[in-house]
Design a protein around this ligand. Structure first.
Ligand SMILES: [Ca+2]
Length: 400
């Protein structure tokens, strides 16, 4: 390998010297010293750790979603030009086949660990594996960022600054506790840590040392990662012995406006109204008296489901219905790798801005759309359906 000529090396080091400091470096320094460091001291992080970890830190202005620093600048607006993706786009067979094959291999490799995890936390191994897959490709995804710098930059000049200031302090606590070396504490661009993609506060509450080396290492240890995911779901109320949900056929007599976690009833009541499981399979006997919830992510244009409470526990990981359904469906596919029985039919999509406009119109007419954010959640779907019914049309619970 050729050595860099000495003169060139000197010129390069000049480029990196403070003479070429970024426009926000001084303000960021003042923010670290005046806001983050005192908060960290108050949280019990030793002064030596704070000084060591914050020394020489500059903001990472390459992160997306940053605004002007200093607390006054408005955060960058949501990109309302972006197309809202139809749910069916997330469920192509091609996306699942690779994940299923790799997941089966990993299920065998970690069989005894997953068994012990299920015994302790009540969460089935296939659910834990599916979240691992979704969050980091079973740990194979590149997680590129210096977590502390990413979080501190967001706290200084991103959206939700107070939230990220607390997460920055939590990240310092993780370092102070010695779970991971700074250079190995990697995050996504959003500041989510390691293979299960925990924010630092979630790490402090939920991360588990399951391989017994004294460190909660969700960056390098598969047992720690898997147990941490299960501990998280357990804490959010995973109901032991219940599944996440079942694909179901919903007759026209049961309105799609009855979707949602606040409109549940015993599964036996749904079946009494004519809701059936696909392929004429019965619901498992132990589930029948338990609560079930209608779930129709594409309204009448796609598969329908009777979800259990555990579906909403999956949503504690990520509040999107499509996310939770992806995890549940992948967990099912480790078995026989078959797709949904009902098709995702072609469906109307609009920009987030256009969806938001429709949501504001629905709100003006007294509907609850769960906040006009340009995304189509269950409250928006059933409000669309209610407006259709009021207009004397059959409800599709989707955009017209
Ligand atoms: Ca460990």
């Amino acid at each position: 390998m050729r050595r860099v000529p000495l003169l060139l090396a000197a010129a390069l080091s000049l480029l990196a010297a403070p003479a070429s400091a970024g426009p926000y470096d001084a303000g960021f320094r003042a923010f670290l010293d005046g806001t983050i460091a005192p908060a960290a001291r108050e949280a019990g992080v030793p002064a030596a750790v704070i000084a060591r970890e914050l020394a020489g830190m500059t903001p990472d202005t390459s992160l997306p979603g940053l605004g002007k620093p200093g607390g006054k600048g408005a955060p960058p607006p949501v990109n309302y030009q972006a197309e809202f993706r139809a749910p069916g786009g997330y469920f192509r067979d091609s996306q699942f086949n690779g994940l299923v094959a790799k997941g089966r291999t990993l299920a065998r490799r970690h069989a005894s660990t997953l068994q012990r995890i299920e015994q302790r936390y009540g969460v089935p191994g296939r659910i834990v594996l599916a979240i691992w897959a979704r969050e980091s490709g079973y740990g194979a995804a590149r997680i590129p960022k210096d977590a502390l710098r990413t979080l501190a930059t967001r706290a200084y000049m991103g959206q939700r600054r107070d939230f990220f200031a607390k997460e920055t302090v939590a990240a310092l606590q993780i370092l102070a506790d010695g779970h991971i070396r700074r250079q190995d504490m990697k995050s996504s661009w959003g500041g989510a840590l390691g293979q299960p993609q925990f924010l630092p506060s979630s790490f402090l509450r939920h991360a588990v040392d399951f391989d017994g080396d004294g460190k909660r290492d969700i960056w390098n240890s598969a047992p720690d990662t898997l147990a941490s995911i299960a501990a998280y779901l357990n804490w959010y109320g995973w109901v032991k012995g219940r599944d996440w949900g079942y694909e179901a056929v919903v007759p026209a007599s049961v309105s799609c406006t009855r979707e949602g976690p606040d409109r549940g009833q015993p599964i036996s009541a749904w079946t009494a109204e004519g809701v059936r499981r696909v392929k004429e399979r019965p619901f498992p006997a132990h589930e029948v008296p338990q609560p079930g919830f209608l779930l129709m992510p594409a309204g009448r244009f796609g598969p329908a489901f009777i979800a259990t409470d555990n579906f909403y526990v999956l949503k504690s990981y990520n509040e999107s219905d499509v996310y939770a359904l992806f995890v549940g469906h992948l967990a099912d596919r480790y078995g026989n790798n078959t797709g949904f029985v009902q098709d995702w039919r072609p469906i109307k999509t609009r920009s987030r801005g256009a969806v938001r406009k429709i949501q504001l119109q629905l709100e003006a007419r007294g509907h609850d759309v769960g906040g006009a954010d340009g995304l189509i959640g269950f409250k928006t779907r059933r409000s669309l359906g209610a407006a259709q019914e009021k207009a004397g049309k059959p409800a599709t619970c989707w955009l017209e």
